[in-house]
Design a protein around this ligand. Sequence first.
Ligand SMILES: [Zn+2]
Length: 99
Amino acid sequence: MHVSSEAPMLEGVGIGNRYGRLVVIGSSGLDAHRNRLWLCLCDCGNTAQARTTELRRGSRKSCGCLRLGRVKRRRKKSIDTRALNRFLSGGLSKPKNRI
Ligand SMILES: [Zn+2]
């Protein structure tokens, strides 16, 4: 029997597979330890890279938003939206040129 701890870790992980909140959307090369990285799309809309082992073990289930779960995000984003609107309206200052 050939039991290699490195070789066939690709198996079991493929594009379209879902792990928690992550859906594998592509291969993302290798990390510094030559572990394969997968590009994953999180349910929250972010993308994340995850190793094959992390996905298979279930140690990686989100882009990181699950860890941030303790911060309740039920508030309305009033502050962010205001800041954004201010930024946008300031950046796009109305042209006052009279023709
Ligand atoms: Zn996420």
